[in-house]
Design a protein around this ligand. Structure first.
Ligand code: ATP
Length: 325
């Protein structure tokens, strides 16, 4: 019914002079902002850490006139860009990104409830520009908080036996980038090594504060994987002393980071499955082969080609169908 009312108003607009038409269009845009709700389309890209969500979101955003809303709970914080894996500026291809590095907080957590409030305003904003909001990130508690009709901040729906509602307050299209766990785990270990190569250790050395590390609980951005693991290293080898690398302690920190990243990915996949079982209409895209091409090079298949055929093309099909319905 919403599409028929919008097409009839389009005809009406075409019948009025251009200057007035422009004004009408502005009014229409404002109305769209004011009425975000059940008719508001949102594309949601889900998946465990490392499975290629950021890349896919930019590829789709460039095609559909979209803006991206980050829902990775560590990437909402300001700082530690390498450690938290924020998509670098040059890879964003001018697509506006929201709630990415906006929150300056070391001593307080940005909660799902905070996210719901902030993201709600961002959606209205994006809608007022007549663009499609794309929600992207691995924090399913944020996705859940943002999308359900009724949200109770005092109830963790991801505990065993707890029920998840499938009544959503937007019209959502879900894409889940799924990678079989052993392949994903192998890739995540490689990614940690790459992050170290591009400056994760130096970033954490700069961030390290001995007083905070010794006296404060882990809150805010200090919860990011890498901070607690390297705090231990820096307590033993303070960055201010500028001594050489303590190989043993370094390897220990790196192994802990890899382990904790695997645990995170496994938990995230479990949460997506829970949402799916609760009746969320999640489209699964299997990206395993694209990642196999990275972790097992020399098998002759090229990551980019596989990605285009097995992820990008089906994504376009699903989103086109969603936008036409
Ligand atoms: P949720 O479970 O709320 O959906 P999530 O899957 O992102 O969110 P949790 O299982 O709660 O995360 O685990 C969160 C922990 O994972 C954080 O405290 C942090 O240690 C780590 N983590 C999550 N995302 C990142 C990230 N981008 N960079 C570094 N560490 C991260």
């Amino acid at each position: 019914s919403s599409s028929s009312s919008s097409s009839s108003s389009k005809i009406f607009i075409l019948n009025i002079p251009f200057s007035r038409r422009k004004k009408r269009q502005q009014v229409k845009a404002i109305a769209a902002a004011a009425t975000t709700g059940k008719d508001q389309n949102i594309l949601v890209i889900m998946g465990a850490t490392g499975c290629g969500k950021s890349g896919l979101s930019v590829q789709l955003a460039s095609h559909y006139q979209s803006e991206i809303i980050n829902c990775d709970k560590m990437q909402v914080y300001k700082g530690l860009d390498i450690t938290t894996n924020k998509i670098p500026l040059h890879e964003r291809h001018d697509v506006p990104h929201h709630l990415l590095g906006d929150v300056d907080s070391i001593h307080q957590d940005f909660t799902p409830f905070h996210f719901r409030l902030r993201a709600d305003n961002v959606v209205s904003d994006i809608a007022s520009r007549n663009k499609l909001p794309i929600l992207v990130g691995g924090s399913n508690s944020f996705i859940h908080a943002m999308l359900v009709n009724h949200f109770n901040p005092n109830h963790d729906v991801f505990t065993p036996k707890s029920l998840i509602s499938s009544h959503l307050r937007y019209r959502c299209c879900f894409l889940w980038l799924d990678v079989e766990f052993p392949i994903l785990a192998e890739y995540l270990s490689i990614r940690v090594d790459e992050m170290l190569q591009i400056g994760m250790f130096e970033e954490l050395a700069e961030f390290y504060d001995p007083h905070t590390a010794e006296t404060m609980p882990y809150t805010g951005i200090r919860k990011a994987i890498g901070v607690p693991e390297f705090d231990k290293y820096f307590q033993k080898n303070p960055p201010s002393k500028k001594s050489g690398i303590d190989r043993e302690a370094f390897e220990e920190a790196v192994e802990a980071i890899k382990r904790n990243t695997h645990v995170l990915a496994e938990r995230q996949i479990g949460k997506i499955l829970k949402l799916k079982e609760a009746g969320w209409d999640i489209n699964v895209l299997n990206a395993t082969e694209a990642f196999r091409a990275v972790v097992e090079p020399g098998t002759g298949r090229n990551r980019k080609e596989i990605w285009e055929k097995e992820i990008l093309e089906p994504s376009f099909r699903i989103v086109n169908r969603f936008l036409k319905e």
